[in-house]
Design a protein around this ligand. Structure first.
Ligand code: DGY
Length: 321
């Protein structure tokens, strides 16, 4: 290719990433950070060589099929890639890449924050400050659940699950996990493997979800599974919103079956189930998992590393399709 490849960038990206894009490519940037609906993505793809989308871009089969023939690669600014119809991309011979590894620590930090916030009633406490309802200190007031020395169950022991386990060990927690396959000892680091999810649920005082969204994991955490947790358990989700059944989780939080939940991701976000706002025992964040300056730069650079490899005729390091 004699000219620099043209890249459709669907969202405003960190300055350092846009600088590199301008240097190495001909980017169509989105300085107003406006969300492009599917038909606009299709229209804007005319003549571009690559698309650099985000999880907010629903690249359905219709959108993929509508992309200009010039589009050869989609490098998403995310590790999750369920927003891109992989079958449609494969059928059109479009390569798809993601950004693994670089957001592992940032996401594990948010999972730990959610565990602590949910267990120690941080949202409720903060509201007391703002609502000026903080009364006198009381021996029985605002008692939460101690995280230190408690037992955590991790569903999905990939990179982020393992990074959370590392942090949990720092709190003296007893780490249990369920995964498609057992990890080797150097990665398991003494954690207890449960081949069966139900067996993990039965011992998880704190359950943290780290599996990707897929047809097999949609509403994985539903009423039937929540009922298998010990009473007073805490559920944390930093994976994808649709892995949890909102109605069932809200019911378990309302009934007192669960002590609390800590959530960073939601089905249909940012339009979350309104029931969450009525709860006092939910610590809710707006999908902040990867939101650090360091990680967002690293995600952009990783997407560009993939484009660099692709346009140099090499195998992109993070090819998923
Ligand atoms: C991802 O990369 O999939 C994350 O959800 C973004 O925070």
């Amino acid at each position: 290719m004699s000219e620099k490849p043209r890249v459709l960038v669907t969202r405003r990206l960190p300055d350092n990433v846009e600088t590199r894009l301008k240097n190495d490519y001909r980017p169509d940037l989105n300085p107003d950070d406006k969300l492009y609906p599917g038909d606009e993505l299709v229209a804007r793809s005319a003549g571009v060589d690559a698309v650099l989308p985000c999880p907010t871009d629903k690249m359905t089969a219709d959108v993929i099929n509508g992309l200009d023939d010039s589009v050869k690669v989609i490098a998403t600014f995310s590790v999750g890639h369920e927003h891109i119809d992989s079958q449609a991309a494969a059928a059109r011979g479009i390569t798809v890449t993601n950004t693994p590894d670089v957001l592992t620590d940032a996401t594990a930090e948010i999972a730990m924050l959610l565990i602590l916030g949910a267990a120690r009633r941080a949202a409720e406490g903060e509201r007391m400050i703002y609502d000026q309802t903080w009364g006198a200190w009381a021996p029985t007031g605002m008692r939460g659940i101690e995280v230190t020395g408690n037992r955590i169950g991790i569903v999905g022991m990939g990179r982020i699950g393992q990074a959370l386990a590392e942090r949990a060990r720092g709190f003296g927690m007893d780490v249990h996990y369920h995964n498609r396959s057992r990890l080797p000892a150097d990665k398991e680091k003494g954690a207890t493997f449960h081949e069966d999810l139900d067996s993990l649920l039965a011992v998880s005082n704190i359950l943290s979800v780290h599996c990707p969204s897929s047809p097999e994991t949609v509403k994985l955490i539903n009423a039937e599974r929540l009922a298998k947790l010990p009473d007073d358990a805490i559920v944390v989700n930093t994976a994808r919103g649709n892995v949890v059944d909102d109605e069932d989780l809200i019911a378990a939080l309302k009934s007192g079956k669960l002590f609390a939940a800590g959530l960073d991701v939601y089905d249909g976000e940012p339009n979350i189930h309104p029931g969450y706002r009525e709860l006092t025992n939910a610590f809710l964040l707006p999908h902040l998992g990867s939101a650090t300056r360091e990680t967002r730069d690293a995600m952009g650079f990783r997407a560009l590393d993939n484009l660099d490899a692709f346009f140099a005729g090499k195998e992109p390091p993070d090819r998923v399709v």
